[in-house]
Design a protein around this ligand. Structure first.
Ligand code: UDP
Length: 363
């Protein structure tokens, strides 16, 4: 069976890696990684292939950046050519980036079966480009592989046939489990002279937090106040760096001795810092899940989350940026909630998917 695994951007690489390694064990699967090229620089892409022991992508579409329409359009044109030549039996898309939607539409129109890994999650916020990608993808694919019970419920409410939906668990946890020993010995926190469980790590890149000067100023003010009691490490996303530079705010951030600004980190370095952090400040999707799995307090600065199980069961709390210091204090006073690990976040998601693919042999 010819299978394409589609990846485009940083959050995709840790979703395809466990599946690639699992399927590679079975010679009946001819598995190819298709990198569309949305993230193409070393620290947002190459480093992840290295850290996650993935081979170089078998096909690279070289799409790069551009507006949403340009990115989606170019991806569809380039991937159509690949599909016509390669004729895969199954295309697996992951997550919620433009390529997830673009490659689903392209393959589906050519009559190729498509599976969506991380199907069914919803923020119910159509101002998020990711929500549009999720909904379009989930309106056309053939197989829905979900990370949590509420994702199944969302799909059923949208009229998807229950027999096509399978709760497979959270693939991000497979990546962590796969790399756990390497992550532990990485020593990244020592490299930056950090005392374990006595620093925070902050990642921000969503437009609502980093696109306007007002939101960036509030973010800097709050991070500054937090840094008076707890060191803050920020592996700066390229979008955030570009906007801080544009508004002349980068120097202010860099001049604070209790704030450590880094380039985006590779997976092993980043997870080593998360593993030893007292708390995490973020607007990332994946980080909400990783912290819930590790039992580390996570404050998510967004109005909503497509991963509500991390709030209901895990260590995550949604907050306003202006409340950052208040919530940090609760955590530092050890009054914060403790979480549990959601169902099937166990490191065996790739195996479950492989079994499902096994039962599809006739497609
Ligand atoms: N991550 C990383 N280095 C960093 C920041 C993040 O390795 O400097 C990893 C982390 O595992 C996270 C994933 O990248 O879960 C996805 O990150 P991102 O926040 O870019 O995407 P989102 O999950 O918000 O779509």
């Amino acid at each position: 069976m010819k299978i394409h695994l589609i990846a485009a951007a940083r959050p995709n690489f840790m979703k395809i890696a466990p599946l690639y390694h699992e399927l590679k064990l079975y010679p009946q699967y001819d598995i190819k990684i298709v990198h569309t090229g949305q993230h193409y620089d070393a620290n947002m892409s190459d480093k992840f292939f290295e850290d996650l022991q993935l081979p170089k992508p078998h096909m690279h579409l070289g799409i790069g950046g551009g507006s949403h329409a340009v990115n989606v359009g170019h991806t569809m044109i380039a991937y159509e050519e690949v599909c016509t030549k390669e004729k895969p039996d199954l295309v697996i898309v992951v997550g919620d980036v433009n390529a997830t939607m673009a490659c689903s539409i392209t393959a589906k129109k050519l009559g190729i079966k498509v599976a969506h890994l991380e199907a069914g999650i919803r923020s119910f916020d159509m101002t998020m480009p990711e929500e549009i990608n999720r909904k379009v993808t989930d309106s056309i694919v053939d197989f829905y592989w979900t990370p949590s019970i509420e994702a199944n419920e969302n799909l059923v409410k949208e009229g998807i046939d229950n027999t096509k939906i399978k709760l497979v668990g959270n693939i991000m946890i497979d990546s962590f489990e796969m790399m756990k020993e390497d992550i532990k010995i990485q020593g990244t926190y020592k490299q930056y002279d950090l005392e374990p469980y006595n620093y925070s790590i902050a990642t921000f890149h969503r437009p609502s937090n980093v696109d306007s000067i007002e939101s960036l100023q509030e973010l800097l003010k709050q991070l500054g106040m937090v840094s008076e009691t707890l060191k803050v490490v920020i592996p700066l996303h390229p979008r955030t760096r570009a906007n801080l530079t544009k508004y002349n705010l980068l120097e202010e951030l860099e001049s604070n001795n209790n704030i450590i600004i880094l380039e985006p980190l590779g997976y092993k370095d980043f997870m080593n810092l998360v593993l030893h952090a007292k708390l995490v400040l973020t607007d990332s999707g994946g980080v909400q899940e990783e912290t819930t799995y590790l039992g580390i307090p996570c404050l998510t600065f967004r109005d909503n989350t497509e991963r509500p199980v991390t709030v209901w069961e895990g260590t995550n709390t949604l907050c306003k940026v202006s409340d950052m210091k208040k919530y940090v204090r609760v955590i530092l006073e050890n009054k914060y909630k403790e979480g549990v690990i959601p169902l099937l976040w166990d490191g065996n998601t790739a195996k479950r998917i492989r079994q499902l693919i096994g039962s599809l042999e006739s497609i």
